[in-house]
Every structure is written in structure tokens, then in C-alpha cells.
Design a protein around this ligand. Structure first.
Ligand SMILES: Cc1cc2nc3c(=O)[nH]c(=O)nc-3n(C[C@H](O)[C@H](O)[C@H](O)COP(=O)(O)OP(=O)(O)OC[C@H]3O[C@@H](n4cnc5c(N)ncnc54)[C@H](O)[C@@H]3O)c2cc1C
Length: 213
């Protein structure tokens, strides 16, 4: 929540990590030692930084879910364009019901993902914002990994070749399961909200002696 100029004394960076599938996102360690900036660099009023950074994380989680939808659409369109053209057994690959079912499942996951990330985006800044962002971050990147793998499978051996770009989508989708709160950390957030909800429900009686000893 404080803007630090890249040339600020005391700020330094480690060497760039080798990131084969996302060169667009340069990645390295960042070190700060006795960095001093002017008060003008404080972005949010003092005392609101933590709240602001948590909100920023929620926005990032929803953005990742939205990006995953683009990734899924791209994988689906590649698989459709390929299988509608690939001749086999006197017809086209896309004529096979099994292939339609595989791609149909990807399409359903994509529609569900779009609804979820949009609902999470609408909830940003409300008390439901963090858990809705966690739902989106938990569900959508998982669906994207599945979609990228399924669509690769539909292309058969060609799916592994670079020009079709499917391998890159798979690795990118996996990366999106990790950044800005892993799938597991999203589950932790969701689990805590379930515990809160459980507290608001009337307790169900448990028979005396059940499960004791
Ligand atoms: C491309 C990229 C960009 C990044 N950009 C940034 C950035 O800008 N700023 C920044 O600060 N960080 C950044 N990161 C780091 C990223 O936030 C972390 O990699 C991520 O939060 C996971 O932390 P970790 O790698 O230390 O994994 P670990 O914390 O070591 O976790 C290892 C595994 O254990 C699981 N795990 C952890 N806790 C639990 C639990 N309670 N229950 C069950 N499983 C659990 C995790 O989900 C994971 O699968 C970036 C990472 C990548 C790959």
C-alpha cells in the first residue's frame, strides 16, 4: 500500500526466475533494506493498508478467474476448430459423440465459471467479497486445468505440438491455481466461512453417548 520507486535506495531484485510458460510475467525476489519514501507515496490513508491489501487480493483472485475463462475459451475454440476439420473413420472427429461430450463438459464448466467470477466481481467490497473471491479462485482455475487437458486430448498427438499452443495453456492454467492464493488456501477461506455459518444454525442434537469413548 506504499508506492516504492524502482530506483529507491535499498530496493533490489534477485535474478529473474526461468519461467518457461509465462515470460510475460518477469519473476524474481524483491529485497528491501532501510527503504525510505516520502509520505506522498502512501497510497491509502494510514491505518487502512491491511484492509486495502486484502481487498487487492480479492480483486486479483477474481481477475485470475476471469482470465481463466479466456484461457478455457481459447482451449475450447482450438479443439473445436481442429476436431471439426480432422477427418477420421469417414467423418470428422467432432462427429464422434464421445468428443462432443468431452467438449460439452468444457463448455458447461466455462459457463459456470463465467457466472461465478461475475458474481464474485459484484460481491467485491461487500462482506461476502472475500469468500466469493475464494469460491471463484478455488473453482475456476481447477476448471481451466481440466479444460486445457481435455482439449489437448481432443487434438491427440497434435495437441502436444507447439503451434497449437495447448501445452502452454495447460502450464498457464496450473500457474493460475497457485498465484494470489493457492486452491488450497481458497479452501481454507471457504472452510472458515462455513464454520461461521455453522455457528448461526441451531445445533442438531447428537444422541447421548454417540461417538464417545
Ligand atoms: C507467476 C507467479 C507470480 C507471483 N507473484 C507474486 C507477487 O507478485 N507477490 C508475492 O508476494 N508473491 C508472488 N508469487 C508467490 C505466490 O503467491 C506463492 O507461490 C503462493 O502463494 C504459494 O506459496 P508458496 O509458493 O510459498 O507455496 P507453499 O506455501 O510452500 O505451499 C506449498 C503447497 O502447500 C499448500 N498449502 C499451504 N497451506 C495449506 C493449508 N493450510 N492446507 C492445505 N494445503 C496448504 C499450498 O496450497 C501449496 O500447494 C508468485 C508466484 C508465481 C508462480
Amino acid at each position: 500500500m506504499i508506492a516504492i520507486p524502482a530506483d529507491a535506495p535499498g530496493l533490489s531484485f534477485g535474478p529473474l526466475y526461468d519461467t518457461p510458460s509465462y515470460k510475460f510475467l518477469p519473476l524474481s525476489e524483491m529485497y528491501m533494506k532501510d527503504v525510505v519514501v516520502s509520505a506522498d507515496n502512501i497510497i491509502l490513508p494510514v491505518g487502512q493498508g491491511l484492509q486495502g491489501s486484502l481487498m487487492a487480493i480479492d480483486i486479483a483472485r477474481v481477475s485470475i478467474a476471469s482470465g481463466c475463462c479466456g484461457l478455457m475459451q481459447s482451449a475450447l475454440d482450438t479443439a473445436l476448430a481442429y476436431s471439426a476439420n480432422r477427418k477420421m473413420f469417414g467423418g470428422k472427429n467432432l462427429d464422434l459423440e464421445g468428443i462432443q461430450w468431452m467438449l460439452g463438459d468444457v463448455a458447461t464448466d466455462l459457463e459456470a465459471s463465467k457466472l461465478l467470477y461475475r458474481a464474485a466481481a459484484n460481491a467485491l467490497g461487500t462482506p461476502e467479497g472475500p469468500v466469493m473471491a475464494a469460491h471463484a479462485k478455488r473453482f475456476v482455475p481447477d476448471a481451466a486445468v481440466k479444460a486445457a487437458n481435455t482439449c489437448t486430448q481432443v487434438l491427440g498427438g497434435m495437441g502436444l505440438l507447439q503451434p497449437y499452443g495447448m501445452d502452454r495453456l495447460s502450464r498457464l492454467a496450473q500457474m493460475l491455481r497457485i498465484v494470489d492464493g493457492t486452491t488450497e488456501v481458497s479452501r481454507v477461506v471457504i472452510g472458515r466461512s462455513l464454520q461461521k455459518r455453522a455457528k448461526s444454525l441451531p445445533p442438531l442434537p447428537i444422541p447421548k453417548g454417540f461417538g464417545e469413548g
